[in-house]
Structures are given as structure tokens and as C-alpha cells.
Design a protein around this ligand. Sequence first.
Ligand code: UDP
Length: 340
Amino acid sequence: MKSRIIVTGGLGFIGSHTVVALHEAGFEPIIIDNLSNSRLSALDGIENLIGFRPQFAQIDVNDAFALKQLFEEVKPQAVIHFAAFKAVGESVEKPLMYYRNNVGGLITLLEMMKETGIKDVVFSSSCTVYGEPSEIPVKESTETKPAESPYGATKQMGEVILKDNSSWCNTQCLRYFNPIGAHPSAEIGELPLGVPNNLIPYLTQTVAGIRKSLTVFGSDYDTPDGTCIRDYIHVVDLAEAHVSAVKRLLDQSYADSFEVFNIGTGNGSTVLEVIQGFEKATGLPVPHTIGDRRAGDVVKVWAETTKVENVLGWKAKRNLETMLKDAWNWQKKLSERADN
Ligand code: UDP
């Protein structure tokens, strides 16, 4: 029998790609999503890719009763926990909403896991825990910094909560760098609701004519071209990292019951390099202007990937050009769809 893996937030951007990667690796993914920041159309995309509709329960991770019922019915081997809010700016405006959902939701999930005897979880963390990093590339052992937003604080608290529960719960904590791109089939991808905050959806919407022009947030930083540096990672590579983490949990091959891995490529790109890379990959111009710095932006961050490669046995395979091409193909598909 296939191992059953609960994927909370399994219709979101990273969740949907992970559901597909789990299926391809021989697992049975079971999706929980409350559809607060995702759409049912993601389930259609998954179905088109894997050939059947995976089990889906419209459940909020704060709903202890519903979670428990599902866990008792499904008896999963592990949980991958994506369900959380993720907009930094919004978290500053609505901190309670973020703490309730991201921290409260994790606590409820863990309580119900404990009650039903599920001991293994993969947690979505973020390179935001490093703040403006004290060393680059960033190692897992690089000091974390006080969070700059309630969103960042919820990721740090999540890590602490899981570490404090490591007597009974085994955690693979994945610190994502900047996930972009989409499935190469363009069946699934990112579905930003409203005006996107992140660079790539804003860029692709600009090229698609939905937005007038992309504003580059600052060009006077201490970087080769003055714009900020990030470690962009293809969402399919990121999804595959989750499969590696689940295998490590189920094989019990972890060295510690709470382990942290950086999930990045190890390469940094500036905003202007991304724009030029997109233009080269697609042959399409990106209308853009240079604007002011955005408050709270880290200047430069990219991952040291030695630990994740040697210990988890995972390495990103897809380059920036592939990420940008796939992001564009997804945007083109979205532009044709009625629900975009
Ligand atoms: N960025 C930009 N214009 C935008 C959105 C983002 O110049 O409309 C820059 C932003 O300042 C940062 C990079 O793109 O340097 C990545 O930003 P994003 O919001 O995608 O990710 P994060 O800030 O979380 O790393």
C-alpha cells in the first residue's frame, strides 16, 4: 500500500506542486485546504497531471474536530504543513489574523497529530528567519534575526514550537528561499489574488498587459547593479525537496528529530538580472522603471546548499531561465482562463 501523506494547503502554489511530486514518487497525497487563498481549479490542474482527482477535504487547519476526523479516517504516515498566510505587508496590517492562522493552526495541527498518533511533519519555513544575514551564503547554522514582520515571526515561532515538541514529533523544517516558476505543463502555478506583491507574478502580469509597468524597488543597494539579490528556486525543485524530506522521515534516517535545511539553489540574482533573464528566455520586453526602495527589504541573501545536498540528498536542478520560461507559460495560460 502507498504511504499516505496529508498536505495542508495542498491547493496552494507550493502545495499543489508537492502533491504532484508526491504522487510521482509513489506516495498517496491527501489534500486539506480551506480555499482561503487558493482555488479549486488547482485540483483540476493536478487531476490533469496525475490522471485522477486526489482526495481533497475542504478543512481549515484551525478546525480541530475536522482534522481529527480526517486523520482517524485516513491514518496518514506523515503531514506536510503548508497552510498559512504568506504576505508580509498584510501581516503588518493584520497581525492577529497571522498569529491565529499560522501559529494557532500549527498548534491545532500538532495537537491532533499527537492525539491520533501521527509523528512526522515537514514544515514550511522561510529564509526570512535569517533577516539581513550575518554571512552569505546563508548556512542553516547562521544566526537567525528578530523577525521584521508578524509573518516572519510566525515562521520563527513555528520552528520553536516544533523544536519544543521534538520528544514526540519528528520535523523536517525547510527554509525556502524565493520559489518561482510553475509546472512545465502549465497545468498548475501561482494564483495571486489581487495585485501581486512578489516580483515574478508582478513581472509576468506586466508583460501580459495586466499591469502597466514593473517598479524595481531601489537601485542604490550595495550589490553589483544596485538592486537586491535573492536566491530564486523553481517550485518543482522545491516540491521535490519535500519528497526527500518525507522519505527521510519515513525511513527514520534523520540524525535528529528536528532538522533544518535551506532550500535554495545557492545562486543569487539581482532584480535587473531577473528582468534581463526573462527578456532573454522569452524574447519579450519587460516594461519597468526604477523606483524607491521597499521598506523592510533584505539587501542580499542566498543559500549555502552543502548540508541539504550532502545530508538530505537533494539539489536544485532547474536554472533561472527555466524558472522564468515556466512562469511565463503559466501566465499565458492564466490570461486565457476565465477565472484568472
Ligand atoms: N521587487 C521589485 N518589484 C516588485 C516586487 C519585488 O523590485 O514589484 C523586488 C524586491 O524588492 C526584492 C525582490 O524583487 O528585491 C524579490 O521580492 P519578492 O517580494 O518577490 O520576495 P521577497 O522580498 O520575499 O524576497
